[in-house]
Design a protein. Structure first.
Length: 275
């Protein structure tokens, strides 16, 4: 059996995070605020919380244990009633495996919240870098992490065995002086290129300058500043439990939908040859 290729160079990812600037981690702070807001809407108190994160200091005072987003998570089976995967799942080489480990760490009817960057993230930068590199070098190289779409990511919850799975997203648009400032900020976030297939030499300055020109031409506002899109997807699921609501069997309804809506039921015509 072949081992699937690794997408993320984890030592490089850890080096990037070690060089991160705490002042640039505003998206992680946004995720923590989002978690607090969502938990306030859940009619339950959670007492045994675990947070999977690459930046544990951001979760101080939350009343949770923090574990790094390693391939094998430092979580014990059924030790928690809430597990949060905080803006690190997009770097995982095995996202389903991460979700399965989180589910196993939950007690029955425990809650999972997972946050990661979605497919619309940095769409502007990806397009400009690709065009610039093709123009300058005649080729393309992996530069920005490929990110999943919300429909596909929501399906991962079901594959991992979660009950009542839900995937939703919110978008943050951040304004920068220019594309070069955006790229510096990504490095300060610890989100620099850590792809296994990345170029192992510095990018040619001509590529970066051309990408900045394209970005300014297509994505600048009236003041000349450029916008960058960050899509953050939230995956919500529950550890299965008998107390949770179950979908009804097809055909088991006790009342017709037409009666509830107060409309007439229209029957489809029978086609020739149909029984």
């Amino acid at each position: 059996m072949q081992t699937p290729p690794m997408m993320t160079d984890r030592p490089a990812l850890l080096r990037n995070r070690a060089r991160a600037d705490a002042g640039a981690l505003f998206l992680h702070q946004e995720v923590r605020a989002e978690v607090e807001e969502r938990l306030a809407e859940v009619n339950r108190a959670f007492t045994d919380i675990a947070v999977v994160t690459g930046f544990p200091a951001l979760w101080s005072g939350f009343g949770a244990v923090t574990v790094p987003d390693e391939d094998v998570l430092g979580l014990q089976v059924q030790d928690h009633d809430l597990v949060i995967h905080a803006l690190a799942l997009h770097w995982s080489n095995d996202p389903v495996g991460q979700l399965v480990q989180c589910r196993r760490a939950l007690r029955a009817d425990g809650l999972f919240l997972g946050f990661l960057f979605g497919g619309q993230t940095l769409a502007e930068l990806r397009a400009c870098l690709a065009q610039a590199e093709a123009e300058v070098t005649g080729g393309l190289s992996p530069r920005v992490l490929p990110m999943g779409e919300i429909r596909d990511l929501g399906a991962l919850l079901q594959r991992a065995g979660f009950a009542l799975p839900v995937a939703d997203s919110f978008t943050k648009t951040v304004i920068y002086r220019d594309a070069l400032a955006l790229m510096r900020d990504l490095r300060a976030m610890g989100e620099g290129n850590a792809l296994m297939a990345r170029l192992r030499r510095p990018t040619r300055r001509a590529v970066l300058l051309r990408a900045a020109e394209l970005y300014a031409a297509h994505h600048a506002g009236a003041d000349g500043r450029i916008r960058a899109t960050f899509e953050i997807i939230c995956l919500t699921g529950w550890s299965p439990d008998e107390s949770q609501p179950k979908p009804l069997r097809p055909g088991s309804a006790a009342q017709r939908l037409a009666d509830v809506l107060g409309t007439d039921e229209l029957r489809l015509p029978v086609r020739g040859g149909d029984g």
